[in-house]
Design a binder for this molecule. Structure first.
Ligand code: NAP
Length: 340
């Protein structure tokens, strides 16, 4: 690539949007110019990038015109309204919302797992649900040890997965509880400090909430295993940042050994093994926060089933679960000559 890219971030003032700016700086992403876009509420604010204040503008099709690549993280409504227009204007869109994830014509990509789904003709790439990405980073490499026949996942999801306002609410509410003050939650549907609750998305007639549905459908699409039996339970826990997940995976034949799993993970980019039984030290959200690897460990045989094993993962869902995965997709597209 002989020049930098004209980049836009839609949702630049949000929790994910802010991570894009840090990642562009830290990874030396080839930004020639940067458009910071958000809702009309934020127009006129400034954000710091490479030591300089940049003006935030309202996200519109005109503001996206002439950009090479746009990273969307402003909710699915904004993506549906603006991404197809941006793509028609020649901008490559990497979309963090759920708007296009299950669209068969849009690749849904975790670069370590299925970058091959992207081609030079791709104009919109969907970034998967954060919980699905963190799960797949550890799960997908295990396919080299045998055919996976069933997956059971229980999640421990942090406030940051619900955006900047949810993080603030958890902090405020924790302070209020400790000081004996009452607090009326506005972002979350239930008291969050010193509590946990079933994921705050709509529950369908079968009793699945939207997050559980997304994790299952998106994992199946990314793995190209449309019928993979999966049972997912998603829960919000009062952790500020980074999701954790308890996973049980069943194989067609006998389960691989713990050592085989460690060996496969040890050569899987983006996976870091944290599995110290003597010290009772396994993946934790605090250690996963602010860094790009998915932490994986607590590998053990499922004593209730000869073909199953269990493990635990933790990952920063604002990074690998969102902004980092999106930037990695863009970096691979640049390397493949699809951009620039
Ligand atoms: N948080 C995560 O871990 C995570 C992970 C994966 C994907 N995502 C997805 O990423 C998106 C943003 O999440 P977030 O956590 O960053 O949320 P957030 O902190 O609430 O930020 C939302 C961003 O969207 C902008 N926005 C809202 N309505 C808009 C509109 N009508 N037009 C233009 N911009 C608008 C906001 O601008 P204002 O500041 O002007 O309101 C803000 O920049 C969502 O689609 C979410 O599902 C989030």
């Amino acid at each position: 690539m002989d020049r930098g890219l004209r980049v836009a971030v839609v949702g630049a003032t949000g929790a994910v949007g802010q991570e894009f700016l840090h990642l562009f700086e830290g990874r030396e992403f080839p930004v020639e110019s940067l458009a910071l876009l958000a809702s009309a509420r934020s127009a006129g604010r400034t954000l710091l990038f490479r030591g300089q204040e940049h003006l935030v503008e309202e996200a519109t099709a005109e503001a996206l015109n002439g950009t090479d690549i746009a990273f969307f993280s402003a909710g699915s409504g904004t993506s549906k309204a603006l991404a197809p227009q941006a793509a028609a204007q020649g901008t490559v869109v990497i979309d963090n919302s759920s708007a296009f994830r299950m669209d068969p014509s849009v690749p849904l990509v975790v670069p370590e797992v299925n970058f091959a789904a992207v081609s030079s003709a791709t104009k919109i790439v969907a970034n998967p649900n954060c919980t699905a990405i963190i799960l797949l980073m550890a799960l997908a490499p295990l396919r080299s040890l045998g055919a996976i026949s069933r997956v059971i996942v229980s999640t421990y999801q942090s406030a940051s997965g619900a955006g900047a306002l949810a993080m603030e609410e958890l902090k405020e509410q924790t302070r209020a509880v400790l000081e004996g003050r009452s607090f009326e939650p506005k972002v979350m549907p239930h008291p969050y400090a010193f509590n946990l609750f079933s994921h705050n998305t709509a529950v369908n007639e079968e009793g699945w909430n939207e997050e559980e549905w997304k994790v299952r459908q998106e994992a199946r699409k990314i793995l190209d295993m449309p019928d993979l039996p999966m049972n997912v339970t998603c829960v919000r826990v009062p952790v500020l940042r980074a999701h954790a997940e308890s996973v049980t995976v069943e194989f067609d034949g006998p389960a691989p050994s713990e050592d085989q799993v460690r060996e496969v993970w040890s050569r899987s980019p983006g996976v870091r093994i944290v599995d110290d039984r003597a010290a009772n030290h396994f993946p934790m959200p605090l250690e996963a926060s602010g860094q790009g690897d998915v932490l994986a460990g607590r590998i053990r045989r499922d004593q209730s089933h000869p073909s199953a094993l269990s493990f635990f993962v933790a990952g920063d869902q604002l990074l690998k679960g969102a902004a980092l995965n999106a930037v990695q997709i863009a970096e691979r597209m640049i390397a493949a000559g699809h951009l620039g």
